[in-house]
Design a protein around this ligand. Structure first.
Ligand code: GTP
Ligand code: SPV
Ligand code: MN
Length: 597
């Protein structure tokens, strides 16, 4: 345990409030993990999977009403409402503590309280930040052991009261009393009545993005919803790229991509540093350096298969926890839509009901066996293409930053911002179709600046200014900024671009731009590739089709400008002038589309 009075007081406070039968300190040891796993298996909280086919793997189902992040029940509890900004739900901190304490009172009677000391980032590294999560869920403990660095060593590293306090209880998974509250000024997260990933693995979105974005703003660094990958070129040189896409828009897939044959045959290799979160700060030589503060992948299962993402699939073959996928009791394996064409014939679906591939609902519609937001929790070290820099203390230098989303029409396959300020504008005006990663309607286009709409722990106007300030700090060493869209559709609603591994062709163009090795067309929205400059070898795609997804349509962008203007109004005085000017300039460039000068 620890002598640190701040930690002991924190634990004692919630022990008194929540009144558990036992308190267990998690130390990160194999033996303790084995004991807890056995206990969770005995109570049915998890099911042990086939030890030959999926060694060390577990299966879990959450409550049917608890399968995704709940943005409408997520609050930033800053002292001043203004500081949460127009894009976050806000609650007064005192009111929030009182409300949550009332719900949490005696919630652990008959249960065990687990105290999890964890580190985001390599323990002892300059980037590392420490946390203590209190929870009554063994499932949370087992997931945190995969996703973060859980160790009793963290207790020794914590200096005084400098740690993030995470308080979680399942209570009784009551939707009406579900709250995910962040108190940025107190380094505190309080999460009640959920047992689902992003709501309860408090190191992830709650800490590494909502709390950390606030810390980064105060301390001069950035916490972003970004994957980080390295591309090793045939000459052995590796360049690093970070990319922000909204939830379920392709970060894990891009981070682990396997390049097409025309690249692998030349010696190109892609390495994964992270698939969801990047902490970025200025480092040696004035460049921006990024680390992945996590230690595992909490990936979307549906659609993951040997063709789309073999690396992710390999990650899940041992020591992985599967949540809300199909369970095959006959051989103790799992399945999900898009895994293969051999679904189990007699299985259990994510709701716990008997399921066959022919199951239909009352309206005759096929019933999905796995929830669209079903997930795997896999250790990073399982990843066949994990970067040798994964454990780096100083992070990897960024050559490019990419923004992207799901846009059926507006955004071209790829374009480059004119400069950092324009790049911040490109990030700020990102919009994307909503996905199953959060509760609510799917497929609705909404603004999601830098893919951080649900994760920014302070006023987004200040966040934009912070991005501009970071640009000033790194000046000529700033990474170049790009936007991508893998999701343009044809008249039948089919994706035109093949995506996945083929996205390497776009990354290749991006790196060439960063090396000033390729020209581009200057358009109203940024630099767009000349169709001949995207490698199509081995791809059955006519150049005209490629050209069609590189186009910038005047009518679409005129609507886009109107939409951005409306979105920007939300921010009032807090919208940096730079962005107002950028919008004006975009508007005038869009007006000129099609006119000869
Ligand atoms: P979070 O973990 O929620 O942050 O998601 P993510 O951004 O890591 O997304 P992920 O890579 O898991 O992909 C989400 C969904 O998008 C999956 O169903 C993928 O199959 C699909 N997807 C990923 N990349 C591509 C692509 O290049 N093209 C197409 N068409 N679909 C893709
Ligand atoms: C996301 O929704 O962006 C995720 C999954 O990565 S969760 O951990 O639920 O936030
Ligand atoms: Mn994510």
């Amino acid at each position: 345990m620890t002598q640190n009075q701040h930690i002991l007081d924190f634990v004692a406070k919630y022990q008194t409030l929540m009144n558990p039968d036992n308190v267990v300190w998690i130390d990160g040891s194999k033996s303790q993990k084995a004991t807890l796993t056995a206990e969770a298996i005995a109570t049915g909280e998890v099911i042990k999977l086939n030890n030959k086919l999926l060694p060390g793997c577990l299966y879990h189902r959450t409550a049917v009403n608890d399968v995704a992040r709940v943005e409408n029940r997520t609050f930033i509890c800053s002292r001043e409402k203004e500081n949460a900004g127009p894009t976050n739900n806000w609650m007064d901190p005192q009111e929030a503590y009182e409300k949550l304490d009332a719900i949490a009172k005696d919630c652990m009677v008959g249960r065990t309280m687990y105290i999890i000391p964890f580190s985001m980032g390599k323990i002892g590294s300059p980037f590392a930040k420490y946390g203590i999560e209190i929870t009554d869920s063994i499932y949370v403990v087992l997931n945190m052991i995969i996703m973060t660095r859980v160790s009793d060593k963290v207790l020794e590293k914590i200096d005084g009261d400098i740690f993030v306090r995470g308080i979680h209880s399942k209570v009784n998974i009551d939707e009406e009393n579900r709250y995910i509250c962040q108190f940025p000024e107190d380094n505190t997260i309080y999460s009640l009545n959920s047992g689902y990933g992003g709501n309860v693995l408090l190191g992830k979105k709650c800490f590494a993005l909502r709390i950390a974005s606030y810390q980064g703003w105060k301390e001069g660094w950035m916490a972003e919803h970004m994957l980080i990958l390295g591309i090793q070129k045939p000459d052995g040189d590796t360049k690093y790229i970070a990319a922000a896409f909204p939830s379920a828009c392709g970060k894990t897939n891009l981070a682990m991509l396997i390049p097409p044959e025309c690249y692998t045959s030349k010696g190109y290799k892609v390495f994964t540093v992270g698939d969801d979160i990047a902490w970025i700060r200025k480092g040696k030589g004035g460049q921006l350096y990024a680390v992945n503060p996590e230690n595992g992948f909490f990936g979307v299962a549906p659609g993951t298969n040997i063709k789309s993402n073999p690396n992710a699939l390999t990650c899940t073959q041992k020591d992985t926890i599967f949540t809300n996928v199909v369970y095959n009791p006959e051989n103790g394996t799992v399945w999900w839509e898009g895994l293969d064409k051999n679904p189990p014939l007699k299985a259990i679906d994510w709701k716990g009901n008997p399921w066959t591939p022919n199951s239909v609902d009352a309206n005759g519609m096929k019933i999905k066996g796995a929830h669209p937001n079903s997930r795997f929790t896999a250790p990073a070290k399982n990843c066949p293409c994990l970067s040798p820099e994964f454990e780096s203390r100083k992070g990897v230098p960024l050559t490019a930053i990419i923004f992207g989303g799901r846009r059926a029409k507006a955004a071209p396959l790829v374009y480059e911002a004119f400069d950092w300020k324009h790049g911040v504008f490109v990030g700020a005006v990102m919009a994307s179709e909503t996905t199953a990663a959060a509760a609510g309607a799917v497929g609705v286009v909404r603004h999601d600046p830098m893919a951080m709409l649900p994760f920014c722990g302070y006023h987004m106007g200040d966040y934009f200014q912070h991005w501009l300030d970071i640009g000033k700090k790194v000046k000529t060493h700033a990474p170049r900024i790009f936007n991508v869209n893998w999701f343009r559709t044809d008249a039948d609603g089919k994706f035109i671009w093949p995506g996945y591994g083929e996205n390497m062709r776009v990354l290749d163009w991006i790196l060439k731009r960063c090396e000033n090795a390729v020209d581009a067309d200057e358009t109203a929205i940024g630099y767009v590739p000349k169709a001949n400059d995207i490698e199509l070898e081995g791809l059955n795609m006519p150049r005209e089709v490629l050209s069609s997804i590189l186009s910038v349509d005047k009518a679409t962008w005129t609507d886009e400008v109107a939409d951005i203007s409306k979105f920007f109004e939300k921010f009032g005085d807090k919208l940096p002038d730079v962005l107002t000017k950028q919008l004006k300039a975009l508007k005038s460039r869009v007006k000129k589309i099609g006119k000869t000068v």
